[in-house]
Each structure stands twice: as C-alpha cells, then as structure tokens.
Ligand binder design. Structure first.
Ligand SMILES: [Zn+2]
Ligand SMILES: [Zn+2]
Length: 348
C-alpha cells in the first residue's frame, strides 16, 4: 500500500503539533468552525485511556496517596498560579518564581500559561455570551466542560490578550512546547516508583504503578476538577452578586478546586487574590498564597475592597437589567489587579 505524500505530511504535522503548539497559531485554524480535531487530541485521549492501566498495575497505598497529594498540589498551581497570577495578576513575584510557577502549573497538563490565561481573560470579557467558548448556556454542558478544548478554533494562543506575559521568552517557550514539562514530570514519577520498589519493596509499588496513578489518574481527576468551574459553576449554586453572567457560588466545587467554587464572587471582582470573600467561604488556595507571601516569594496580594464585598446587587432577573448594565463588560485591563492597568513585569 502506498501512502499518499499529502497524508504522510499531514500525519507528521499532526504528531509534531502535539509537541510544538506554534503550528496551531496558523490563522486558518482560528477561523475553523466549532468541531473536534480527533488527530490533534490523541494525547488527550491517551491520557484518559491510560487510567485503565490500574487494572494491570494494581494499586498500593503509596501510589494512591501520591496521586491524591499530586491532585491537590497541582490544583493549587492551577488556581493560585495559572488563574490568580497569570490570568489576573492578583499578586506580584520575582521573574525567577514566575518561571517556577509556570513550570509547576505545566505539570498539570492544561497547556501553557499564556494559552490558559488568554482563554480565561476572554471568558471574563464575554461570560455566557455567544463569544464565550466554554459557556454551558451557549453550547451545552459537555462542550463547556471539555468539548471546547478539542476544537481547532481554540488551539491557538491569542498573544494579543496576554502582552504582559508574552514579553517573557521563557514563558513563551514553555507555552510553545507545553508537553515538555508533563513528559519530564511523568518520567520522574516512573523513576520514583522504581526507586521505591528497590529501596522499600514492602510498599508494593513499581515504576509503572506510580506512573499510572501518580500521573495519569491524578491528572485526569485534576483536569475534570478544573473543568467543573467552566461548566458546573455557571449552572449550580447561589448568586450573591448581579454579575452580567450566570456564575454561581458553590461550596462543593470550592472544596474540590481549593477555592475556585466561589465563582460568582470571582466574576464580581476578578482582581482580588481571594475568592472566598468571607471567613466561612473556604478558599484553600488563598491560604496557600498567603503562606507563600510570608516567605516573600510572592507579595502584594490584592484585597477585596469592602465596598465590593458589601455590594449585594442581586435582584430579580427583570429588575436587574438596569443595574447589570452598570456592571457591563470588563475591558482586558479590568480583569487584572492594579485597577486600570495591567501590572508590569514580574518584580516591578
Ligand atoms: Zn466563569
Ligand atoms: Zn478568572
């Protein structure tokens, strides 16, 4: 059987595209209608399929414990770094620790920090409007949860939305080759399992078991936990503030996402580091960031202004129209801390 050159070229381009996301930046891709690119998302499918490996490698307390610990350690990176730092710049840090946060966040396998932040800033500007790429009110629950990630339309990074991040070559590099960190991370877990098997065989683990549980199972749970904020937190929970979208506050989602479930609070005032506006609104990410600030690795955590917190603008939908108009759309710069301008370079 002869393979057509055009097919061979397409296959090579697809495989290279798994590792070099700059191939996704072609304008033609951005113009494609909503659809699923099955070839491009093979790594995404494989990540889910590998979870079935638990039936082959079995389980051990140490492997399950590592998987659970890595879920929370990396959820902290998604919410504290990718969201509250790269997307909203709600605190400051050094260029060195900014890089550490990007690598830490990279282990989550949710693409690069620029891609993540650009899409998220777009979500805030167009929440639950037709332009919102992951609104359950526009395209249904499945699409808002994970379908949008499989669409070529959403593969490219909109660098114009993240000029404050795009000026750092090291971040652009991590964003372009966004599988480097996950591959190194998964490999490290494999060797950790081998080492434990050698040093402490009574633990009953192995390289392959640690890889399946520590990386694949933990990462898939982490992925879907994160995605609940795009899907469920715009459907289920309470609305304290009359934001222009349908964001909700949901305690259960705040538990599994370490604080992101206070999503209505967050849409009311995205520039604050804290999303649980009251002491009883558990926001573990914020507590972690506060601890980090005591080490001086990060600083200038943006507070929630009292006037914002007390502005309980919730009204009946019909009456809310006029009031909501006053809250209407946020510009790119309103989304980040620093009221009125995007914070300058790290450390500045
Ligand atoms: Zn939202
Ligand atoms: Zn946000």
């Amino acid at each position: 059987m002869t393979i057509q050159p055009s097919l061979a070229v397409r296959v090579v381009k697809t495989v290279v595209g798994w590792f070099d996301t700059s191939l996704n930046e072609q304008a033609t891709l951005a113009k494609q209608a909503k659809s699923v690119d099955w070839a491009r998302i093979v790594p995404f499918i494989v990540m889910h399929a590998m979870c079935l490996g638990v039936f082959i490698v079995g389980w051990s307390w140490v492997a399950v414990g590592v998987a659970a610990a890595l879920y929370f350690i990396r959820m902290f990176a998604v919410t504290g770094f990718y969201h509250r730092y790269f997307s909203h710049r709600t605190f400051r840090t050094s260029r060195f620790f900014q890089f550490v946060m990007a690598v830490w966040g990279g282990t989550c396998t949710q693409k690069g920090p620029l891609w993540w932040a650009a899409h998220h800033r777009h979500h805030h500007r167009h929440s639950d409007e037709p332009e919102d790429v992951h609104s359950p009110h526009q395209d249904g629950l499945w699409w808002s949860h994970m379908g949008w990630i499989t669409s070529p339309k959403n593969f490219p990074t909109n660098f114009k939305a993240v000029p404050d991040l795009a000026k750092f070559p090291e971040l652009v590099f991590l964003n372009r080759f966004d599988l480097i960190v996950p591959v190194l991370f998964a490999t490290s877990l494999f060797f950790l399992g081998m080492l434990l098997n050698y040093l402490a065989p009574s633990l009953g683990t192995s390289g392959s078991q640690m890889l399946i549980w520590g990386y694949f199972v933990s990462t898939v749970f982490l992925f879907h936990g994160t995605c609940t904020i795009n899907s469920l937190s715009h459907l289920f929970g309470n609305k304290r503030y009359a934001t222009k979208d349908d964001s909700r506050n949901n305690f259960l989602l705040a538990l599994i996402t370490l604080g992101e479930g206070w999503h209505n609070n967050h849409h009311r005032y995205p520039a604050a580091t804290r999303q649980g506006f009251y002491w009883w609104e558990l926001d573990i990410t914020y507590y972690g960031l506060k601890l980090l600030s005591w080490t001086r690795l990060i600083w200038d955590l943006a507070p929630v202004p009292l006037a914002v917190r007390e502005s309980r603008l919730i009204e009946e939908p019909k009456k809310a129209t006029k009031r909501q108009a006053q809250l209407q759309p946020m510009s790119a710069v309103d989304l980040v801390a620093g009221s009125g301008k995007i914070r300058s370079a790290a450390g500045a």
